[in-house]
Design a protein around this ligand. Structure first.
Ligand code: C5P
Length: 223
């Protein structure tokens, strides 16, 4: 029985405005994908690592990851990209950690802690942080409709860890379903699975806007 990681990196990263896929954007002298992949290579709990790349950039990503990391082309949605990763897993893999390449500051410690937390009765586990901002529901013009009570509201990170069987089941189901899930836990929840959140890492934030890149660069280059 072994554990695999699927690092999804096939998004365009348009909000970052870098003009190339986000995974190839440099962070302190290294493309983001190199940082994320290295964290999984250094993790004691992961045996197989698959990076899912934008189809036109498969070779480019391959050049930037350690030799043991496989790189496969992704799909038009995050879900299809995860499916492409699932199709690449070896026969012994029983547990899968899905990670967004947009979180390059993930650590081996966080990966190991999340994988270790997947045990009965949980079907999936992910790191998360309590929301610190006040939350408002708005209409499409930004007019506030109501304030959402943030008590007990957590923002979810990746890696999201579940059994391979559960993940394959939910992805097969959504292939014929409507709507796009922004993460894998929501698919497991929709299928009635029991999901546990554990304490995340504030440094494992998602690089989305240009300022995130500035902050992450400071973090990796500060002495
Ligand atoms: O767009 P968003 O930031 O939510 O994307 C989350 C992750 O899913 C990113 O790491 C992105 O590269 C990945 N993704 C993908 N295939 C797509 C769309 C997004 O692998 N078609």
């Amino acid at each position: 029985m072994s554990t695999a990681a699927i690092i999804v990196a096939a998004g365009a990263g348009e909000r970052l405005g870098a003009g190339l896929p986000k995974a190839l954007v440099h962070l302190g002298g290294q493309p983001m994908i190199a940082r994320a992949a290295s964290a999984f290579v250094a993790s004691a709990s992961v045996e197989q690592i698959v990076v899912v790349a934008p189809p036109k950039f498969t070779d480019a990503l391959h050049e930037h990851v350690p030799a043991e990391v496989q790189v496969v082309p992704g799909g038009a949605t995050r879900q299809l990209s995860v499916t492409a990763g699932l199709d690449t897993l070896g026969p012994d893999v029983r547990v899968v950690a899905v990670h967004d390449a947009a979180r390059p500051l993930v650590t081996p410690e966080l990966i190991d802690r999340t994988v270790a937390a997947l045990r009965p009765p949980w079907d999936a586990v992910a790191p998360a942080l309590a929301v610190v901002d006040t939350l408002k529901a708005v209409d499409n013009r930004g007019v506030v409709l109501r304030t959402i009570d943030r008590t007990g509201v957590w923002a979810v990170q990746t890696p999201q860890v579940s059994s391979r069987a559960a993940l394959e089941r939910v992805h097969a189901r959504v292939a014929s379903d409507i709507g796009a899930a922004t993460d894998d836990l929501s698919l497991v929840e929709r299928a009635g699975g029991r999901v546990l959140l554990i304490e995340g890492d504030p440094a494992n934030f998602k690089i989305t806007h240009p300022v995130d890149l500035v902050l992450a660069t400071r973090l990796v280059t500060s002495p």
